[in-house]
Design a protein around this ligand. Structure first.
Ligand SMILES: O=C(O)C1=C[C@@H](OP(=O)(O)O)[C@@H](O)[C@H](O)C1
Ligand SMILES: C=C(OP(=O)(O)O)C(=O)O
Length: 444
C-alpha cells in the first residue's frame, strides 16, 4: 500500500545505556519469498515467524489478487493455499507494492510468463526506482513492459502466453534481478540460466530447492528446470540480520551497553556487516552458533567499546548492501576514517542512500566525502555533535540509522518521519525502548 499516513517527526534522545535481549522480526527477503513460492505450490504452505512489515503485507495482498488464498492465523503465523506453477489468474485491479523493490520485482518475474496483463505501482519512492533491470530480461521470455519514462512505475507487464526459457548474465549485482528471472523461468519450458556478475543473497535458490524445484548452482551460474510441481512447505522464517543490525550497532555506540540479539541468520550472502564491525574492533561475539533449516544462525552479543575506521572492500558490498546506512553511523562514531567502496547500488534504493546519509551526517556535524561509487566518513571518536533534523526520504533504513545515531550523539537527532520504519521493522521503537532507549514525539 502506498504511504498515506501523516508524517510523524520524532527525536532520539542521547545518553541511552542499552541492556537486555532484542528479539528482532523475521527476515524480509525470506518472508516475501515464502508467500510467493507458497502461492506457486500445489496446496497449503505454512509460515511461522513471517515479518509483518508493510512490504511483506503488500506482497501478501498481491498473492491474493493473483488467485492464491493467504490467511493470517496469529502473529507471524500464516498459511498460503497455492495454485501451482502457471496457475495465477489476471488481477482485477492495479497491484500496489507500496515501498517494496523486492515485492514488485519478484512479482514482475512471476507474472512475466503468465498470458495476462498486470499493472504495478507503488509509493513515490518505488515509482522513482529503475525497473528496466528486470523488464529487460523478462522481455527475453516474451513479456512486454509499458511503463513511464525510464521504465518507471506505474507499469503494465503483458505476460508471455508461450514463454521461452532464457539465459541471462546480470549486468548489476542484484538478487532481485536474479530472482525475477528465476521466477519467470519457473513457468517456462526447459532450462533458464542466470549468470551473476557477483554473488548476491541466495534465498531464492535455497528455498526453491526446498519446494522441490531442480536448481543447480555452479559458482555464480544458476540453472533452473522449468515447470516443476512445487510441494508445499512449513517454513520457519529466520530473524533478519538486516534488522538485527540496528540494536547491535546502537549497543556498540552507546556507553555501557550490553545487548543480546538471539537467533540471527548468518548466511554468508547476508553477513558482511558483522565481519566489517569485527574488523573495526567492535566487541561483537557470536554465541550458540548452530544450523537451523540448513542456515547458519547465532545469538549476537554486542557491547559498547571503541572502534576504528577501516576500508570496506567492494567485493563485500552485496553481502551487506542494506547495512551501509547503519555502518555509516558506526563509522561516524568510530576513531579515524572509514571508506566504503563499490557502493553505487545504494543510489537506487528506497532513496539515494549515499546522498541521504551524507546530508544527514553533515547536518549532525560529521565530515563525509562521496563519489558515484564510494562513501567516506571521517569518524569523531564518539563525539558526534547531533542536534539536527534529518530527512528520511521514505526510507526505513535511513530513519532507523539516524535514530541510532541520536542515541549516541551529544545532542538529540530529529527524524522528519518515524512512520517509515513500518516497512521492515514495525516494532523498532518499542523494542529499542525496552532496551533503555528514549524517543520523543515532536511537532512538525
Ligand atoms: O532479493 C532481496 O530480497 C533483496 C535484494 C537486495 O536488493 P537488490 O537486488 O536491488 O540488490 C536488497 O537490497 C533488498 O533489501 C532485498
Ligand atoms: C532495499 C531494500 O528493500 P527493497 O529493495 O525491497 O525496497 C531494503 O530493505 O533496504
Amino acid at each position: 500500500m502506498s504511504h498515506s499516513t501523516d508524517p510523524r517527526p520524532m527525536s532520539a534522545v542521547p545518553g541511552a545505556k542499552l541492556t537486555g535481549t532484542a528479539e528482532v522480526p523475521g527476515d524480509k527477503s525470506v518472508s516475501h519469498r515464502s508467500l510467493i513460492f507458497g502461492a506457486m505450490a500445489v496446496g497449503e504452505t505454512q509460515v511461522t515467524g513471517l515479518l509483518e512489515g508493510q512490504d511483506v503485507l503488500d506482497t501478501a495482498k498481491a498473492m491474493e489478487a493473483l488467485g492464491a488464498e493467504v490467511i493470517r492465523h496469529g502473529p507471524g503465523e500464516w498459511s498460503v493455499h497455492g495454485v501451482g506453477v502457471g496457475g495465477f489468474s489476471e488481477p482485477e485491479d492495479v497491484i500496489d507494492c507500496g515501498n517494496s523493490g523486492t515485492g514488485v520485482r519478484l512479482l514482475m518475474g512471476t507474472v512475466a510468463t503468465h498470458g495476462f496483463s498486470t499493472t504495478f505501482t507503488g509509493d513515490a519512492s518505488l515509482r522513482s526506482r529503475p525497473m528496466g533491470r528486470v523488464t529487460d530480461p523478462l522481455a527475453l521470455f516474451g513479456a512486454e513492459a509499458h511503463g513511464r519514462a525510464g521504465g518507471r512505475l506505474p507499469l503494465t507487464l503483458v505476460g508471455a502466453a508461450n514463454p521461452v526459457p532464457v539465459r541471462y548474465a546480470t549486468p548489476v549485482p542484484s538478487a532481485q534481478v536474479k530472482s525475477a528471472v528465476l521466477l519467470a523461468g519457473l513457468n517456462a519450458p526447459g532450462e533458464t540460466v542466470v549468470e551473476e556478475i557477483e554473488a548476491t543473497r541466495d534465498h531464492t535458490e535455497r528455498m526453491l530447492r526446498g519446494f522441490g524445484a531442480e536448481v543447480e548452482v555452479d559458482g555464480r551460474t544458476i540453472v533452473l528446470k522449468g515447470q516443476p510441481e512445487l510441494t508445499p512447505q512449513h517454513i520457519v522464517v529466520p530473524r533478519d540480520p538486516s534488522s538485527a543490525a540496528f540494536p547491535v550497532c546502537a549497543a556498540l555506540l552507546c556507553e555501557g551497553s550490553d545487548v543480546l540479539v538471539p537467533g540471527i541468520g548468518l548466511n554468508p550472502t547476508r553477513a558482511g556487516l558483522y565481519t566489517t564491525l569485527r574488523e573495526m574492533g567492535a566487541d561483537l561475539t557470536y554465541e550458540n552458533e548452530r544450523l537451523e533449516g540448513g542456515e547458519p544462525v547465532a545469538d549476537l552479543r554486542a557491547r559498547f567499546g571503541p572502534m576504528k575506521g577501516i576500508e570496506v572492500p567492494p567485493e563485500r558490498a552485496a553481502s551487506m548492501i542494506d547495512e551501509y546506512p547503519i555502518l555509516s553511523v558506526v563509522a561516524a562514531m568510530a576513531e579515524g576514517t572509514t571508506v566504503m567502496r563499490g557502493v553505487k547500488e545504494l543510489r537506487v534504493k528506497e532513496s539515494d542512500r549515499i546522498d541521504a546519509m551524507a546530508r544527514g551526517l553533515e547536518a549532525c556535524g560529521v565530515r563525509v566525502e562521496e563519489t558515484e561509487d564510494t562513501f567516506t566518513v571521517h569518524g569523531t571518536g564518539g563525539e558526534v555533535p547531533g542536534g539536527a533534523t534529518v530527512g528520511t526520504r521514505l526510507d526505513h533504513r535511513i530513519a532507523m540509522s539516524f535514530f541510532c545515531l541520536g542515541l549516541g550523539a551529544r545532542r538529540a537527532v530529529k527524524i522528519d518521519d518515524a512512520t517509515v520504519v513500518e516497512t521492515s521493522f514495525p516494532n523498532f521503537l518499542p523494542l529499542m525502548e525496552s532496551l533503555g532507549a528514549s524517543f520523543r514525539r515532536e511537532n512538525g
